[in-house]
Design a protein around this ligand. Structure first.
Ligand SMILES: O=C(O)CCC(=O)C(=O)O
Length: 322
């Protein structure tokens, strides 16, 4: 019988960088062949999705007060589907598209890691199981995935935020896996990170479902649960200034730019403040990202994203055999 050895996870140096800074860049995590395949798959989805019956939901990250964040039924029911969300700048005041549809989409989500064989195989992989082991996950669950397009000229900014605001477990446990499918630069809206902020910035807010049947929506509430991952509480818990809107910190933070080549994997701690700027360049910035939480932490019904019938995808059990 053939035996399988697990691929190596993170090196001690990589783990130490992640623990110190809250993010880690891993160049060449995907081969250029895989990147091309994922880009073709993405372009095919963008060509093939239908505008007929589409509610034209835009992916809005909200205003200064954290209001107006996307939150309609199309969005709230996307956890077990592949759905298409528009860039805010893709339409005029009358709501008509001013870009071809394949250049108008901000993101595709949120169940690619289950429904798309290509994206599934790079998500629920032996390699990622090994990385999750290095990070100390006991029962890692992939709970959402998306392609973020950051389209040329109209690609929207993503304001400073912590992923655990949006994917809250008690205690927080989210980690983002973010793969560049095209080179990401300061010109086309690469990520930037407030290095080390995961150690000082509590998860103060949660992004939750609001309203009742027929009047569904989303909003931010104060987080009454635990604010740091277990064992990572700072000595003076919550001693940081700031009044966050989108769940991000209000204090002055210095951001380190994360320019990366296509194929790079970026790991992002759920408490880490990070953001990306608008893309006003002529080049798109396609990426694929999915998020992982600890399966044995409390995940409640207030979270905007609710598990599919089959539950969130187990990274240790659902590992695709290459
Ligand atoms: O890709 C981007 O521009 C932002 C992604 C991000 O912040 C996230 O997935 O948490």
């Amino acid at each position: 019988m053939a035996t399988q050895t697990s691929p190596p996870g993170l090196t001690p140096e990589q783990l130490s960088f992640f623990n110190e800074n809250g993010y880690l860049l891993i160049p060449d995590a995907l081969s250029q062949e895989t990147v091309s395949k994922l880009l073709s798959e993405t372009n095919k989805m963008l060509q093939e999705f239908s505008l007929h019956d589409h509610p034209m939901t835009k992916f809005s990250t909200g205003d200064e007060d954290g209001g107006n964040h996307v939150g309609d039924k199309y969005f709230l029911q996307s956890g077990d589907k592949v759905r298409f969300f528009f860039e805010e700048g893709a339409s005029n005041k009358q709501g008509e598209l001013i870009k071809p549809k394949e250049r108008a989409i901000n993101k595709i989500g949120h169940y690619l890691h289950h429904l798309s064989p290509s994206f599934r195989s790079i998500s629920l992989s032996q390699q990622n199981a090994s990385i999750a082991r290095s990070l100390g996950f006991r029962d890692p669950r992939v709970l959402q995935s998306m392609v973020i397009c950051k389209q040329p000229e109209i690609g929207g900014a993503v304001p400073p935020h912590q992923d655990s605001t949006f994917l809250y477990t008690d205690p927080p446990s989210a980690v983002g896996w973010w793969y560049a499918l095209e080179d990401a630069t300061t010109s086309n809206g690469c990520l930037s990170f407030a290095a080390g902020s995961q150690k000082r910035e509590p998860v103060r807010k949660r992004f939750v479902r609001t309203g009742e049947e027929g009047k569904e929506g989303t909003g931010f509430i104060d987080n009454e649960g635990t604010r740091f991952p277990r064992g990572q509480e700072p000595v003076q818990n919550g001693a940081v200034n700031g009044s966050p809107s989108n769940g991000g910190g209000g204090g002055e933070e210095e951001y380190t730019m994360g320019e990366v080549k296509a194929g790079t994997l970026v790991l992002i701690h759920g408490n880490l403040l990070h953001k990306s700027e608008r893309n006003v360049s002529g080049k798109s910035r396609f990426i694929y990202t999915f998020h992982v939480i600890e399966g044995d932490q409390k995940y409640d019904e207030r979270n905007w994203l609710q598990p599919p019938q089959e539950g969130f995808s187990k990274l240790y059990r659902d590992v695709a055999v290459a």
